[in-house]
Design a protein around this ligand. Structure first.
Ligand code: SF4
Length: 391
C-alpha cells in the first residue's frame, strides 16, 4: 500500500489534533533542560544535531559545551584548522561528522556569508546533513513544518499503529516518514519534533516503556493490545566483523626526552583523519596481511618476530605488551601492541611520500586527535594500563 494512503487511513483528522495537543502539553512540563534547547542560534542547533547523530544525549552535553566555548560561531569554526576540530571531537566517534561539519561551515561562510539555509531542502545540500538532521534544524531553528524520524521517533510511530516489517527496509522507512509528516504540528513543528524524540528517549523506550506515564497512550494501538515490545520488530545485524591489527608504539630517544612516531589515517574510512601509532592489519596468527617494503615495514617485521637485528641496526629493543580488545558497532578488533625502541631518530621514519607522519614528544600525545582504541594502546604501551571497551 502507498505509505501516504496507509497513514491517511489509520490517522483521522480529529485524532491528529488531539494527539498533537496531548504531546505538546506533556512536552511543556516534562522536557529535559538541555543546553541546545531554548534561545540558541541555528549554528548551535546544527552542532547539537550533528553530535546527536549516533551519540547519546548524556555524552553529547559536555562535548557540545566545549565545542561552543572554542567555536562559538560558524565563522570561528570555519577559521579553525582541521587538527583543532578533530582534537575537540576526539572520543565522540564517527569522525566523519566532524570533518563534514568543518567543511560545511567553511562553505556557509564563503558562499552564504555565514547564514545557514533556512529550509530542509537547502540544508540537505550541505555535506553531513541528511534528511533527519535537515528536518530537525529546519523545524527547530526556522519553524519549517517538516517531520523528523530518528530511531526514537520510528519506535514510537511503529507502536502507535503496530507497524510491522523489517525496520531497516525502505517500506518501513517510508511509512515512518509519512506518519511523522501527517502528525507534525504545522504551528509548532520544532516543539512537536523534539517532543516526539523526547517521548521515545524517556518514556517509549526500547524495553520496558513506561506506558502509564505516556501522554498519548489513549492513541496507541500497541498499548491497547498489551503487546508493546513486539514493535518495531527486532533487527538482525549479524555478527561483527573480526579484525586483528598490529600496532607499533615506536619510541626514539631525543634530547631531553622521548619522541614517538604517529601518522594520520586516510580521510575516508575507519577513524578517518585521526592520528594513530603505526598499525597494520594482520591475519589470525598475527602475521601481516601484506608486506610493506619500507623502514616501517621492517620495524613491524622485527616487532612481530621479536628479532632485534634489522638491516639499519637502529632498533634497540622490541617488546610485545599483549593484546587489547576494542568493540565498534560493526567490528570486533583485537590489537596486538608492540613497543619498539630506537636508538635515535636516525632513520627518519617521519619522511614518507604517501602518508603524513610525525615524531612528537611523548608528553604531547594528548595534543593530537586519536581514537579511543589508540588511547588504550597508549595507556598499555606507556603506562602498562588499558583494557576492553565498547563504543
Ligand atoms: Fe510508547 Fe507505551 Fe506510549 Fe504506546 S503507550 S507510545 S508504547 S509509551
Amino acid at each position: 500500500m502507498d505509505p501516504e494512503a496507509f497513514v491517511e487511513a489509520v490517522w483521522h483528522d480529529s485524532e491528529v489534533e488531539t494527539f498533537r495537543r496531548s504531546l505538546l502539553d506533556w512536552y511543556e512540563t516534562h522536557r529535559r533542560e538541555l543546553p541546545w534547547r531554548g534561545d540558541v542560534s541555528p549554528y548551535e542547533h546544527w552542532v547539537a544535531e550533528v553530535m546527536l547523530q549516533q551519540t547519546q544525549v548524556s555524552t553529547v552535553v559536555d562535548y557540545y559545551r566545549r565545542w561552543l566555548d572554542r567555536f562559538p560561531t560558524v565563522e570561528a569554526l570555519a577559521e579553525a584548522d582541521r587538527e583543532q576540530v578533530m582534537e575537540l571531537w576526539e572520543g565522540l566517534g564517527y569522525y566523519r561528522r566532524a570533518r563534514y561539519l568543518h567543511e560545511s561551515a567553511r562553505r556557509v561562510v564563503e558562499e552564504r556569508d555565514g547564514e545557514l539555509p533556512m529550509t530542509a531542502d537547502g540544508l540537505e545540500q550541505l555535506k553531513g546533513i541528511g534528511e533527519y538532521t535537515a528536518g530537525a534544524i529546519a523545524s527547530i531553528a526556522f519553524n519549517e513544518s517538516v517531520p523528523v524520524v530518528d530511531g526514537n521517533v520510528a519506535r514510537v510511530l511503529a507502536r502507535l499503529r503496530q507497524v510491522t516489517g523489517d525496520p531497516t527496509s525502505t517500506d518501513f522507512r517510508n511509512v515512518s516518514w509519512a506518519m511523522a509528516g501527517r502528525l507534525v504540528d504545522p504551528d509548532r513543528p520544532g516543539d512537536f519534533n523534539q517532543a516526539m524524540m523526547e517521548l521515545g528517549a524517556t518514556v517509549c523506550t526500547p524495553t520496558k516503556p513506561t506506558c502509564m506515564l505516556c501522554p498519548v497512550s489513549d492513541k496507541c494501538d500497541a498499548f491497547a493490545s498489551g503487546d508493546v515490545e513486539s514493535f518495531p520488530e527486532p533487527v538482525d545485524r549479524g555478527p561483527r566483523k573480526q579484525m586483528r591489527v598490529a600496532t607499533a608504539v615506536v619510541l626514539a630517544a631525543e634530547e631531553g626526552g622521548q619522541a614517538v612516531l604517529v601518522r594520520r589515517r586516510p580521510a575516508e574510512g575507519l577513524f578517518g583523519g585521526l592520528w594513530e601509532f603505526p598499525s597494520q592489519e594482520v591475519d589470525e596468527e598475527g602475521r601481516p596481511d601484506a608486506d610493506r617494503d619500507d623502514e616501517l615495514g621492517r620495524i613491524f617485521e622485527s616487532a612481530i618476530s621479536g628479532e632485534t637485528s634489522p638491516s639499519d641496526g637502529s632498533i634497540q629493543s622490541v617488546e610485545s605488551v599483549g593484546d587489547l580488545q576494542h568493540t565498534l558497532t560493526h567490528i570486533e578488533m583485537t590489537i596486538d601492541v608492540y613497543v619498539v625502541r630506537l636508538e635515535s631518530k636516525a632513520v627518519d621514519l617521519a619522511k614518507h611520500a604517501d602518508e603524513e607522519r610525525r615524531w612528537i614528544e611523548v608528553a604531547s600525545l594528548s595534543d593530537v586527535a586519536m581514537s579511543t582504541a589508540m588511547r588504550k594502546v597508549e595507556r598499555r604501551a606507556l603506562s602498562g594500563d588499558g583494557g576492553s571497551t565498547s563504543v
